[in-house]
Design a protein around this ligand. Structure first.
Ligand code: SF4
Ligand code: SF4
Length: 213
């Protein structure tokens, strides 16, 4: 099994490999490889919009979609699935950093080498073998001189100091806050690496609705 073969399989469900790392004894996951999965840049949103989970009107459509497609891919790949939602809790944030493709940004959200501040993880595959892995990527923040993420929030709710959730939610209830609700968090959008990822606004609006309910 190779990482490219895994990437080809999960691409059928419009998912991407967002990173991978080898387990250690402390993980209690056996001697193998953790492969992190997230939405693909182009095809994820239309695929999810057409899914039964999106259209059935029940709660948590994205979590249920993720569980269905990642469990199926896991079974076909001889892997075990893990998810960043539900119980038991798995440390996806530290897994992301261990993959060498994500880092804490100046505003403390994770930034990813290709997805920027739009990065999100929908699940992981636990492979019972140590796959060949590429070298770690470069942190985009190291060459981002202006660091627009630090000043992009119109009400200063998300800065290097803190994430003031009450201030953010209050702003989202205002008319100017509709911009964040309909097109996504201005901080995430301001990141040059996010802008290269071309996130669909309707997808951002879906996440903002889930966040601001
Ligand atoms: S705007 Fe620049 S400093 Fe901020 S997360 Fe993006 S790359 Fe890093
Ligand atoms: S969603 Fe809008 S108000 Fe909230 S942190 Fe992001 S930019 Fe600020």
């Amino acid at each position: 099994m190779t990482l490219d073969q895994i990437a080809a399989r999960v691409r059928q469900d419009q998912l991407e490999v967002l990173g991978a790392f080898h387990t250690t004894g402390e993980d209690n996951l056996g001697d193998g490889t953790v492969v992190l999965l997230g939405p693909s840049e182009d095809g994820f949103w239309p695929n999810f919009r057409a899914s039964p989970e999106y259209n059935d009107g029940d709660d948590d459509p994205l979590d249920r979609w993720s569980e269905r497609v990642i469990c199926k891919a896991s079974a076909e790949l001889g892997a075990e699935p893990r998810f960043p939602f539900g119980t038991p809790h798995y440390p996806f944030l530290s897994w992301a950093i261990r993959s060498g493709r994500a880092w804490p940004s100046p505003v403390h959200l994770l930034v990813h080498d290709t997805a920027g501040l739009w990065v999100s993880y929908r699940g992981a595959l636990i492979l019972p073998e140590r796959l060949d892995l590429p070298p770690h990527a470069n942190n985009p923040c190291d060459t981002c001189d202006d660091k627009p993420c630090l000043t992009a929030c119109p009400v200063g709710a998300l800065t290097s100091q803190a994430y003031d959730l009450p201030a953010c939610h209050s702003y989202l209830d205002t008319f100017p806050g509709r911009a964040c609700m309909e097109t996504g968090c201005a901080v995430r959008k301001a990141c040059p690496q996010s802008q290269k990822h071309h996130r669909i606004e309707a997808q951002s609006a879906f996440h903002m609705d889930a966040f601001h309910t």
